[in-house]
Structure formats: C-alpha cells, structure tokens
Design a binder for this molecule. Structure first.
Ligand SMILES: [Zn+2]
Length: 475
C-alpha cells in the first residue's frame, strides 16, 4: 500500500476489513495459540462466535504481566503438516481468492517459502522494561518484518516532502535489538540519498557523532529527543558547528512534550538552523508492524497500517490472574490492541500500558486512518491518582498530571531538564539549570496542592549510566 491508496480509505472500509481479518485471525490462528485456546475453551466460546470487535466483550483482556509470565504461549504454533492448509484457509478468507490453491499446484516452492515467512518467528523485538521491570519480547515473522519496512518507507516518504534537497540521514537512536534503530536504518537505506549509518548510546560517542555531522551536514535526524536536547545539540553549539539551514528531527521511543519541541527549536537556531520540523513517532514492540506517525507537528499519530491492528480504548475493572474479565469500550481510556498481522506473537485484547484518545476524523493531509492523541503511560496516570488520593485525604484538590507538570517546569527559561520522581506520597523534581530559577519554579508550582521537593543536579548524576533518559520515574 502507498500513501495515495491510504488516502482513499474511509472509516467504514477500515472497520469492515479489520473485522474480516479479526474473524480470520480468531478462527485460523488463535486456535493454534495456547493461551487463547484455553481462554476460549474455559468460557465455552466458539471460534465462530467472534464476528466483529464488539463480540470481544465476551472475552477477557490480557495484561502485560500475564504476557510476560509466558510469552511462548502467545506464539502461533502449527504442525508442519497442517501449515499449508491453515495458511490457505486464512488467506482465502481475507483475500477472497484462490491464489494459494493455484500455488499449491503450480508454484510449490514459492508457496513453501511464503508459509515459512508467515509462521516462523524470526526476530525477537525487545522494548520497554522501564514499566514492567523487564523488557517485553515479541516475535516477528519475516512477513511482518517486511511489512514494518514498508510502513517506515511510507512514513519517511511523507516526511521527506519537508526537505527540498538531498536527504542525508543521521540515526541517533542507540544501537540495539529494538525497533527504533533498525527501522530508521532501513528507512534511511531506502529513502535517503545518503545514510550515515550512525548510532548513539554507547555505540558511538557524541564527539564522534558531531564530527560526522560537521563533515557530512545531515538534514534528517532521528533519535530520542532527550539525547538530542541534552547531549547532541549542546555539543554542536559548544563547538560552534553549523548545521544545514533546513532540517527535520524525528523523535521516537519516548514521549515528546511541547516544551521539549520548543527547546529543540531554540537550540537548533543556535546551530545555524533556520527552518526545523520536529516530528514524532509512536510504536511499541507489541504493536509489531503497527507503527504510527505524525504527518505534521501535533497532528496526532496516524495508524499507517490500519488493517494490521485494531486499536481501542477501554475502561476496566480489577485484574485477576493476569486477566481482566470486567471491562467495556470507552471513548477515552486505557489502550487495547488486537494484532491482525498474521502469525508470530499474537496479542488480542491486550492492554498496552498507555492511555490515549482515538479519532477517525480525516486529517488535512488526506488520511482518515485512526489517529491517536494525548498519549501517556498508565503508570504515570496511576501514580497521579495515588498522589492525588493522598492529597485529597488532606485537602480537596484537582488532579496532578505528571507529564503536564514536567512540561510546565521545562517551559521555564534556564531550565534545561527536569526529572519528576514520585515515591510513595512524595514528589521530587530534579532540575538541571541555573539555581537562580528556583523562585520561578516555585511560582509555577504555586497552583499545585502537592508541593514537590526541588533539587538541583548535574546531567550526569541524573542518568546514572542508563541508556534511556526517563523524564518521569515512579518508584
Ligand atoms: Zn495527517
């Protein structure tokens, strides 16, 4: 699918095709996935009882905790003898044609290859670890890897319109077995005129990276905004290096606050940049090929492959043994997903760990695919509730939004970074910046009922050698 074809999609068509793929997934793939086999059998629900996504209310939601206990049980496992038959049934249902049948007769070798690409877990994708204590691992098949590459190419082509000259790409994600670095490297291979093949984190030092930037003048950067703001741009400025006048920065793997976007723009100006577009991307290993991206600043994240995942929001009751039996669809709430992208790891009715809002309105860019906005971590929200709960015990107060609080403080001039640490009923702010700003911070906090403790600290003592900077830490 290309961007023009994506623009022809309507909400009705997307919902229809998602439901067709959901039925095919349930009937032909979930019956070969241990966890779902048990869930359906225990509740005496037939595979054919699930016709549309609304029917999933008969079934429980799966939590991250339950998934991480045994990720192996979520992989589609089909006997070698049955593989072709399952593959054929699944495809005939979603494509309404007999191409697999014909391949069975005329192109047996090709079919064998396709079946292998469809079922065999090829790449483990690790992500997170900050929320659950250990990273989630999700297995992608070769077919899904190809799909992901296609998605990234679509996004990059959409973005490259912002640049009117040759694209020189600089990858500033840490190198490792996670989607971000690999995805961006592939994208630059495909759409950039030159891919510098760099990596941040421990792979290459900032000094090395800025030397390359000085010599090659990259105009498309991708990485975590904290690294770009805290390390890369300050070093560029310090060494008086000039970047091209027009550049794009793509953020991924961490939240991007409005004040962080502003800070990147201010810093880039000091490096000679006249025009800068800061775009944000959203992904999670559990979404597999379901990558989402902004088309322009603050557009919300567009679901580039709407047929590969169903995204919803729910309100839910208590968790029992890793499952949530009582829940309902709600317009705003906890994010839940259903993988519809073939075999590998299957997560259906899976609570992702974020809160967001979904809109299907057609965007100015022409896309009317599902778009998510106001993304935050459930853990942050829960901590907010906990903190507020404590406050409410003493003073009746409004809710405290940790991301919003961090954004506000970052907006103060001469504050370069803020780390919000919530522990039990205490809230601490670690500030990097001039100590003189303390009174400005206190002014901003005046309206808040919960008075955080303010500590000034250096950048190095903040990070504690971790690869990923965490703006909000919940202990
Ligand atoms: Zn758009």
């Amino acid at each position: 699918m290309d961007i023009n074809k994506l623009k022809t999609l309507t909400e009705e068509l997307i919902t229809h095709k998602q439901n067709v793929k959901l039925r095919a997934t349930v009937r032909y793939l979930l019956s070969h996935t241990k966890v779902y086999k048990e869930i359906f059998e225990e509740r005496k629900i037939d595979w054919y009882d699930i016709q549309t996504i609304d029917d999933w209310t008969k079934l429980p939601l799966v939590t991250k905790k339950s998934y991480l206990t045994n990720p192996e049980d979520f992989i589609v496992k089909v006997n070698e003898d049955d593989a072709v038959q399952v593959y054929q049934a699944y495809h005939e249902y979603i494509d309404f044609n007999c191409s697999v049948f014909l391949k069975k007769i005329f192109k047996r070798t090709k079919l064998k290859e396709e079946v292998k690409e469809f079922f065999t877990p090829k790449i483990p994708i690790f992500s997170g670890g900050t929320e659950a204590g250990k990273p989630s691992v999700v297995f992608m098949t070769e077919m899904q890897r190809k799909q992901l590459c296609e998605d990234i190419e679509i996004i990059m082509k959409m973005w490259s319109n912002y640049l009117d000259r040759k694209i020189i790409g600089m990858n500033l994600f840490p190198y490792g077995p996670h989607l971000a670095w690999q995805g961006i490297n592939h994208a630059f291979d495909e759409i950039a005129d030159m891919n510098l093949c760099t990596a941040a984190g421990r792979a290459m030092s900032t000094e090395q990276l800025i030397k390359i930037a000085k010599n090659f003048q990259p105009n498309m950067f991708a990485g975590m905004n904290s690294y770009f703001r805290q390390r890369f741009l300050p070093e560029i400025i310090k060494q008086k290096i000039k970047l091209p006048e027009k550049i794009i920065f793509v953020n991924g793997a961490e939240k991007l606050l409005s004040e962080e976007r502003k800070q990147i723009k201010e810093l880039s100006q000091k490096a000679g940049v006249k025009e800068l577009v800061v775009l944000d991307m959203y992904g999670a290993s559990e979404l597999k090929s379901g990558l989402m991206a902004e088309c322009k600043e603050n557009s919300g994240f567009h679901q580039i492959q709407p047929f590969n995942t169903i995204l919803k929001t729910v309100e839910c009751g208590e968790e029992r043994k890793g499952l949530i039996e009582e829940w309902e669809f709600k317009e705003k709430g906890y994010s839940v997903l259903w993988n519809l992208d073939g075999a590998g790891t299957k997560l259906e009715g899976y609570l992702l760990g974020d809160v967001w809002e979904i809109t299907n309105q057609r965007c100015n860019c022409g896309l009317s695919v599902p778009t998510i906005k106001h993304v935050d971590r459930i853990r942050n929200v829960e901590a907010q509730l906990k903190l507020t709960g404590i406050v409410e015990g003493k003073v009746k107060g409004t809710r405290i939004n940790l991301s919003e609080l961090r954004n506000k403080i970052l907006g103060i001039k001469e504050v370069t970074e803020v780390q919000v640490v919530a522990e039990k009923n205490k809230l601490r702010l670690y500030i990097i910046g001039n100590k003189k700003v303390k009174s400005s911070i206190e002014k901003v906090l005046k309206g808040e009922e919960l008075k955080p403790e303010i500590k000034f600290i250096s950048l190095d003592s903040l990070e504690k050698g971790k690869l990923k900077f965490e703006g909000i830490i919940i202990k």
